[in-house]
Design a protein around this ligand. Sequence first.
Ligand code: PCP
Length: 389
Amino acid sequence: MHVASLKDIKNGKVTDAYFFRTLEILKTKKIKKHVKAEFIAKNLPCDWQWGVLAGIEECAELLKDLKVSVRSMREGTIFRPYQPVMEIEGEYTDFGIYETALLGFLCQASGIATRAARCKKAAGMRGVISFGARRMHPSIAPMIERNAYIGGCDGVATLKAADLIGEKATGTMPHTLIIIMGDSTSASKAFDEVIDRNVNRIALVDTFGDEKFEALNVARALGDNLFGVRLDTPGSRRGDFYRILEEVRWELNLRGFNKIKLLVSGGIDEQEILKLNHFVDAYGVGTAISNASVVDFSMDIIEMDGVPVAKRGKMSGSKRVVRCPECLKSKIVPYSEGKINCECGGKTEDLLLPFIVNRSLKEPLPEAKEIRKYVLKQLEKFPLDKNIE
Ligand code: PCP
């Protein structure tokens, strides 16, 4: 398989060669520099106003064995452009070759978690299920879905990812089952007879016939056993999806099937969700999350032998990021700055906290469920696209 193992990563096999050459030069010239290097994103994809930090748990896996001290934002922290999300302190030659891998962990995971959070913010209490593993290399499916979950998705579709987050895999039924069984009603009946009763019965109603008639057929066939219907209407037939959903909802309600939920999938993202929320109870989101734009983090030295130094375009010196828990306004200040109160009168809290000290984690790593809760809590106060700062 064309993928690197954790052993490859730890052995620096996925490091850009020029970091190795830098190491070779410094070692040959016996140059030892004690540095602080910070990770920031100068901007976010698609004009996002905020990002969700993810990938920290995998960074810990790499950093915990090195002679470094690390300050980091908690995984799941909502951050802004230019805010340092992690800072490594130590001999540059002890961690420099891991820049490629550390950035890879943060950039992709944070893009996925942020897109998931945006979809969840748009959907509110409605369900958002990660359906996108099939769009990416299977070896990273657990990473994709774990970060979709901590970003706010209510469920994941693949077994390995479900194990990773300590949840049951979620899903409905594929078109394949309807094609093999002949129609939605036969497929739904078979599903109802065979599948564990704890699995919601969600019938797919767009394979052969019109969604509203298929939905009525399976509703009459399964009665109270039917939890919901999924519409994955092909693009060529999708037309005005809002009106199709309105019709399906109307026809089901007219015949007393008010409890039956409507789920949609196929080309769904936060904008589609905002359009369809009036009728939809849950969304299956694939490509928009699994193929989310990466967050363009970079790692740069900002202090050397205790002296602030940075390349052009970067602010030198070690920093703190403080945020007011009341109004969630945040600020970047020099590390040496004293207590900071928020203009709203609130006491600010530090977001960049000691994470690894003397080769050990300051605190045990949080479970995925806990990180998700933390993200959802913050999301209550962060609008989708308006800047509250
Ligand atoms: C797809 C499948 C994916 C959905 C759509 C994600 O339907 O259900 O999970 O789509 P997206 O990437 O556009 O968000 P099909 O390809 O019809 O597959 P199936 O019959 O297996 O449901």
